[in-house]
Ligand binder design. Structure first.
Ligand SMILES: NC(=O)c1ccc[n+]([C@@H]2O[C@H](COP(=O)([O-])OP(=O)(O)OC[C@H]3O[C@@H](n4cnc5c(N)ncnc54)[C@H](O)[C@@H]3O)[C@@H](O)[C@H]2O)c1
Length: 346
């Protein structure tokens, strides 16, 4: 049985990735309807996938054939559209961030709970084969005691008139709210919850109100530390988009795996024998091993897992509550950047 999907805001990332790779690409999903405010885009997108098109989200939400909706509109619209989807009794996968404010995110989760529909947030990078391989290495104890992690996401993002990400009133922030949230989510998948943050933001290159540079230090409940860097001002080709994890027995690093791509690479250095203090700290040989997990399309994997949750009536793989928690961490980082002080997360 496949779950029938409708898409609200079908002209951006939906058409670039989530529809072709995720919904069309997932064996448990079927695309049946699309909607976008841009009349020409929706004409093209509906024709491309051969599905019904709607002018408004309310028309799409009234279609009895649609079981689940994917919302991929600019951030400031998520709140109202998720509430409308809940009222229409549709399960919802919403893009990140859930909303611009914590209160709105909480209202969305509550509305979906009250309506008995599922709410998920699209942190699809959790499904990357390298990231799940890193998690397995950690769970096997091969890194020993986790000490430090770093997640980096960079994209060259020059000024574009009207772009919601460049205006905090529409995007909820800048590079950190847009990309740092994925990085926080990935580090927490490996390290557990964040307890305290310290963050610095600024505009070093791009001329718009949202920050183009954000670096946050996280302290996890375990005591391990994390670093997130989210940058709108380094050329795409120069970015490593790396996930690094260090522990008392080794390290593992994946390159080019944080982002929209399902490819990339990873290496690990794992201590096998007893180690003693080496005053020379000799590193003549490269002890790293290349690890090549079977690739998985991150969009299809998340859509399939969401469909399974509908089929089996279980929680979605990444829940609305996860979105609320992520919002709290991001908000604490912005508060720290404003006040210049470390901030505890409640
Ligand atoms: N998970 C990911 O890989 C990923 C990647 C990029 C963007 N995103 C998220 O997806 C969302 C959209 O980002 P984007 O880059 O696609 O933006 P975009 O501006 O490229 O596309 C947004 C689409 O929504 C449409 N739209 C605007 N107002 C609308 C309305 N009232 N009703 C219906 N459609 C409307 C626009 O016409 C456009 O087609 C954001 O929340 C962003 O954070 C996620």
């Amino acid at each position: 049985m496949s779950i029938k999907w409708g898409v609200i805001g079908a002209g951006g990332i939906a058409d670039r990735r989530t529809i072709p790779e995720g919904i069309v690409g997932a064996e448990k999903a079927e695309l049946v309807a699309v909607q976008d405010i841009d009349a020409q885009r929706i004409e093209e997108v509906a024709a491309k996938y051969g599905v019904t098109k709607y002018d408004t989200e309310y028309d799409l939400l009234s279609d009895d054939n649609v079981q689940a909706v994917y919302i991929a509109t600019p951030n400031q619209l998520h709140h109202g559209q998720v509430l409308a989807a809940a009222a229409a009794g549709k399960d919802v996968l919403c893009e990140k961030p859930l909303a611009l404010t914590l209160a709105d995110s909480e209202e969305m989760v509550e509305a979906c709970r009250d309506a008995g529909v599922k709410l998920g947030i699209n942190f699809m990078m959790r499904f990357h084969a390298c990231h799940t391989a890193i998690k397995a290495i950690i769970e096997a104890g091969d890194l020993g005691t986790l000490v430090m992690g770093r997640a980096e996401l960079t994209c060259w993002y020059p000024p574009i008139p009207g772009a919601f990400r460049q205006n905090p009133a529409l995007g909820g922030g800048g590079a950190f709210a847009d990309m740092g949230n994925h990085c926080v989510d990935l580090l927490e998948m490996l390290f557990g919850r964040t307890e305290r943050v310290s963050c610095f933001i600024g505009n070093l290159v791009q001329d718009y109100p949202a920050e183009d540079t954000a670096v946050a230090l996280l302290e996890f409940e375990s005591g391990a530390k994390g670093v997130v860097d989210a940058l709108f001002n380094v050329p795409d080709v120069a970015a490593h988009n790396a996930l690094e994890v260090y522990g008392s027995k080794g390290s593992v690093v994946s390159f080019g795996t944080i982002g929209q791509e399902s490819g990339g690479s990873m290496t690990a250095v794992l201590e096998t024998g007893d180690k003693e203090y080496d005053a020379a700290q000799a590193r003549d040989e490269d002890p790293s091993q290349v690890i090549e997990p079977e690739p998985v399309n991150i969009y299809a994997a998340h859509i399939n897992a969401f469909c399974e949750a509908i089929e089996n009536d279980t929680d979605p793989p990444i829940t609305g509550e996860d979105g609320i928690w992520n919002h709290k961490v991001i908000e604490a980082c912005y508060k720290s950047a404003q006040t210049g002080e470390a901030v505890d997360i409640e």
